[in-house]
Structures are given as C-alpha cells and as structure tokens.
Ligand binder design. Structure first.
Ligand code: SF4
Length: 349
C-alpha cells in the first residue's frame, strides 16, 4: 500500500505520531514548521530532527508530488498550472494576482460528477477525490512559487475542479490546515468555499463555526431552469438549497455569495434578473455575475456586454449588491477544466 501523504496530517496528528514513535510531542510541531513555514521538499532537509527520526518519516510518509505538466501565464499575472499526480491524473491550480494580493484557486476532486452543463471539468465524470494533503500541496506549491518574489498567498478560493462538499471531510481538513496559525496562517475571511448546493453539507458547514466564506453556484432563479443547467438540482431542489442557506445565514450571520454564470439567451434575460432578485431580496448576500467562457463541447454563447450590465442594474435596483467577475487569464483560454480536458483529449489520441 502507498504510504500516506505527510500533508494529510494535522499538527495534532503529527504530535501524536511523534509520541507513538517515542519522541516528545514537540517534534510534531517541528515537522509542521518544516512543512508549512520553511516549506522543504524532503524529510532529509528537516535538519533539527535526528537522522533516525528523518528515516522513520521517510519510511512511513511521502510528500505529495505535483509534476508540472503545463504552465500558462497570462498578461494579467494569472498563472494556471496543470499538475500531474502520482497516479497520472491531472489537476488544475491557478494563482491569480489581484491588487490586494495573491489568491490561489484549488481543485478538490479529479473530475466532477455534478454535471453542470457549462463546465468542462465534469465532461469525463468523477475520477476520484483528492486527499486533504493533495489539496494542501497545491497551496504550498503556489506559496513556494511566490516565495521567489517574496510574496505570499493571501487568499484561497475552492472553486477549481470538483464539488468540495462531495469531498467534505478532506475539504474541511484542508481548511483547518490552511488557517492554522503555526502553518500558512491564511485568514479565515480570506478563504471562500464554493458549492453547487449539496444541501446536507451546507447545514454541516453552517454548524462548523468558522468565518470562512460560502459561495453558492446558483446560476438560475428557479427550479426548472436550474435543473436544466445543473442536474444536481434534481437531487437538491432549489427551494431546499434556499432553506439551507437561510439556516446558514441565521447560524453564522455571514454574507453569502451567489455565483451566477450568464449564458446568452438561457438565463440572462431581464426577467431572470427580476425573478432572482425576488427570491434573494431578504438574504444577506452578494451576486457575482460570471459571463460564461465558451466550452467548445457545449452550445452556449456569451451574453452581450450591455445585457450583462442590464442584469446587474436590475439586481442593484432591487437593493442587491452585484458585481461582474473580472475575467482573469482570458488570453490563456483556460476556463476551469479546459486545460485538463485538453490534456485528457491529447492523451486519448
Ligand atoms: S461547475 Fe463545479 S460543481 Fe459544477 S460540474 Fe464544474 S466542477 Fe463540478
């Protein structure tokens, strides 16, 4: 059996491991520090540990290897990576440069089974879940890249391939590792997890008592249209998602972001904006409008610019804060899942 990934372990688990191996618990803290603060690539480099202990680590754990298959750099500073995992699956990770810092978009699953019709990530279905450590490794890798220019990862969005709430335990462990003050220490309010609406885990997440932001891919103002765009809506209907979100709001008092991908002629008409406003007007929320990227496999067209502004105007007219997502990395043509889809295609040839 493959050795577990060292990044799958929390500080407390490393402390327990140290004790089980006849070492004082603080060795666990030293290992954690080497992983997250000094960011080494091997156990050998953990120079304040004895040779024996380093050997034990070597024997029992492995680092996550992320082999860079491809790297695309945009003029706007966005860098998209296609990383190969040990088992030859490929995942995408993106570093985005904003005026307030660097944000990393991570992937939580190899592929996705949710089936949103505008998304390239789901075309080959779900291959497997990532472990917490494989999600962690994406951020650590990004931080190592940023280290070269003395910058840091200041925020994380869990919006890459996969439905994080279908890989809930690994995602939560990843989040706890990211916010740990002795690790990368990313501020909770600088992390956003985005779900397509896996209702039971919205309730669970509400009860976790964190300050991490929640975004919901809503993409339609009613049940019928949402089911057409997102088959997941048949499992967890629109009204149930809204109930779960109301629970979340009551429990956390934290503002929700609704992600709304505008698809030309499908969900981008003024009546859709009116209907959406009606449904969410009493919620503490914000709407993020995302003009869809063209997915060659689907027949969707882009919403004309003026219609995007009109949609935003209608929402704002009803008192709902709405922004239009700044498109990053457009010149490298890589919307979520497209790099991986291309890679799978060329491997299949
Ligand atoms: S948009 Fe997200 S949840 Fe929907 S299919 Fe793509 S990766 Fe899965």
């Amino acid at each position: 059996m493959d050795k577990p990934f060292i990044y799958d372990y929390t500080l407390e688990e490393l402390q327990t491991w140290a004790k089980e191996n006849d070492e004082p618990a603080f060795r666990g803290g030293q290992i954690f520090d080497w992983l997250y603060v000094k960011r080494v690539d091997s156990f050998e480099q953990m120079s304040n540990l004895s040779k024996e202990l380093r050997q034990k680590l070597e024997d029992q754990f492995q680092f996550v290897t992320l082999n860079e298959i491809a790297k695309y750099e945009s003029k706007d500073g966005t860098v998209k990576f296609l990383f190969g995992l040990q088992d030859d699956h490929a995942i995408e990770t993106v570093i985005m440069k904003h005026n307030y810092g660097n944000s990393v978009c991570v992937t939580t699953q190899v592929g996705c089974r949710v089936g949103c019709t505008f998304c390239a990530s789901t075309l080959g279905g779900l291959k497997r879940d990532l472990t917490a450590g494989e999600i962690v490794a994406q951020v650590v890798q990004a931080q190592k890249i940023l280290d070269e220019r003395n910058e840091r990862v200041s925020s994380i969005v869990i919006m890459g391939t996969g439905e994080p709430f279908e890989n809930y335990e690994a995602t939560m462990k990843f989040l706890r590792l990211m916010i740990h003050e002795k690790g990368l220490n990313i501020g909770q309010r600088h992390i956003t997890v985005s779900t397509s609406g896996i209702v039971p885990n919205i309730y669970k997440f509400a009860d976790e008592n964190t300050q991490i932001n929640l975004a919901i891919s809503i993409h339609a103002p009613n049940d019928a249209l949402r089911s057409k765009l997102m088959p997941v809506n048949r499992r967890f209907p629109f009204a149930d998602v809204m109930d779960a979100l109301r629970y979340y709001l009551a429990k956390t008092g934290r503002r929700i972001t609704f992600e709304y991908a505008l698809i030309g002629g499908v969900n981008d008409r003024p009546e859709h904006a009116e209907e959406l406003a009606e449904v969410i007007k009493d919620m503490l929320c914000h709407v993020n409008l995302i003009p869809v990227n063209h997915v060659p496999e689907r027949n969707y067209v882009r919403t004309p610019r003026n219609d995007i502004f009109e949609f935003q105007r209608i929402l704002e007219g009803k008192g709902i804060n709405a922004t239009i997502r700044r498109e990053q990395g457009h010149d490298i043509a890589a919307a979520c899942g497209q790099l991986r889809a291309k890679h799978m295609e060329s491997n299949a040839r």
